[in-house]
Design a protein around this ligand. Structure first.
Ligand code: SAM
Length: 237
């Protein structure tokens, strides 16, 4: 199947069909075009010099441009000095976030698989924003388990293995600054997390994370029905 960005965009808003004069496929494409136009969205390969992965397209594995712009927007708004990302793929979301960092800001990103990490290193080297990115290779759970936190993180984007989202949330909590922002992607897991009993391990993982987030105090929470579901948690000092 050939994916395009619109296929991952706002599948959660069938209500908009009411007034739209077209079929449901056309709705999603039209909505994408409208959002892209008024958010000045480009595809990532027009915004950065990107070497692709031969295994997965950016549409399949990367965040969609709507979320990429939101991440950039939130970094621009918050001006974090230290950002952590779990799940680099080929470095696209890292580049968008790094571009909006303050002059002394850095982004640490963790990728398990060397074949993606190598392409990400190349992508960081061929873009100015990449100079602010430090890539750590390995399983994020192990890497973070050994991590020496000299300064807390002001922002974290969780986008790695969905099965362990809840574990990551617990693991990073003590590494966060008192007013840190946590962003978690794909929490609907294509709708599986909406099922009383999810049918995939990833759907179970995101459902467990959502429950853990619900029961965890000390955060202001906002689940956005954007794309595959984006959870925002703002730590309260
Ligand atoms: C959805 S992709 C990340 C996309 C990227 N954040 C973007 O938007 O451009 C998830 C990535 O997490 C990586 N990953 C999966 N399990 C991991 C783990 N245990 N530790 C670190 N990275 C992991 C995968 O190899 C994959 O590259």
């Amino acid at each position: 199947m050939k994916l395009s960005y619109k296929d991952k965009f706002l599948p959660t808003q069938p209500e908009h069909c009411k007034f739209f004069e077209g079929d449901s496929d056309a709705l999603s494409a039209s909505m994408y075009n409208l959002v892209a136009k008024y958010s000045a969205l480009e595809v990532p390969t027009d915004e950065f010099v990107i070497s692709p992965s031969k295994e997965f397209t950016i549409e399949e594995m990367g965040s969609n441009p709507v979320l990429l712009r939101l991440l950039e927007f939130l970094v621009g708004l918050k001006q974090p000095r230290r950002v952590l990302e779990i799940g680099t793929f080929i470095g696209i979301s890292a580049l968008y976030m790094a571009r909006a960092l303050p002059p002394d800001g850095i982004l640490v990103t963790i990728e398990k698989y060397d074949r993606f990490a190598e392409i990400a290193e190349q992508n960081f080297a061929q873009n100015v924003a990449g100079k602010k990115i430090h890539l750590l290779r390995g399983d994020a759970f192990d890497v973070l388990g050994k991590f020496k936190v000299e300064q807390p993180f002001d922002m974290i984007f969780i986008d790695g293995d969905k099965e362990r989202y809840g574990d990551y949330f617990s693991l990073v909590d003590p590494m966060l600054a008192p007013d840190a922002l946590v962003i978690v992607d794909d929490v609907f897991f294509h709708g599986d997390a909406l099922n009383p009993t999810p049918s995939t391990a990833k759907g179970k993982g995101t459902q467990l994370f959502l429950e853990k987030a619900r029961l965890t105090g000390g955060y202001l929470k906002s689940l956005l029905p954007v794309g595959n579901g984006v959870m925002l948690l703002l730590k309260r000092p």
